[in-house]
Design a protein around this ligand. Structure first.
Ligand SMILES: [Zn+2]
Length: 166
């Protein structure tokens, strides 16, 4: 992809790296999803960027790895970003449409924009976010859709557990 590089899961040290395009931002979230898959987890990744495109933090779903149902990709990225004075202008990038829990996080902290890699496999609260002034961009990246579709097909119990369906 681009010349940018970063270790997933870490907030980069200075000098700051800038991810200008949506594709560059989505690549960071995708790398996190692949890392989660390699760990035997649910392959969903996310990253939080400042208004000017600086990576604040990235993460991936850690339900399996940490036995923690609250550690979704978005919440993991949010926690890895640490405290921010304000979330105005920030961009949350996620490989899969944010669930209601993560959509609540976006509204609670006033994250301005969400980039969604795949909203065909699953769709959470993105329309509710859009109705409440959050800028939503849906990419529907073919590789992400294929990866998530395969995961759901091979792991129906784990998937239903993750989305809270009995
Ligand atoms: Zn979630």
């Amino acid at each position: 992809m681009s010349a940018v590089s970063s270790t997933p899961g870490d907030t980069p040290d200075s000098p700051a790296e800038f991810y200008e395009t949506d594709a560059q931002k989505l690549a960071v979230a995708t790398a996190e999803a692949l890392l989660g898959a390699a760990e035997g987890g649910i392959p969903i990744g996310a990253a939080l960027f400042s208004a000017d495109g600086r990576l604040l933090g990235s993460g991936h779903n850690r339900r399996v790895q940490d036995h923690d149902a609250s550690m979704h990709a978005e919440t993991n990225a949010f926690r890895n970003a640490g405290r921010q004075q304000s979330y105005r202008g920030t961009v949350m990038v996620t490989t899969l449409s944010p669930c209601w829990y993560c959509s609540g996080l976006v509204r609670q902290f006033g994250i301005s924009r969400v980039i969604v890699g795949d909203d065909l496999t699953f769709r959470g609260g993105q329309e509710w976010l859009a109705e409440n002034g959050v800028d939503i961009t849906v990419v529907n990246n073919e590789a992400l859709i294929a990866m998530m579709g395969e995961f759901v097909e091979l792991n129906p119990r784990l998937w239903n557990e993750d989305i809270g369906t009995d």
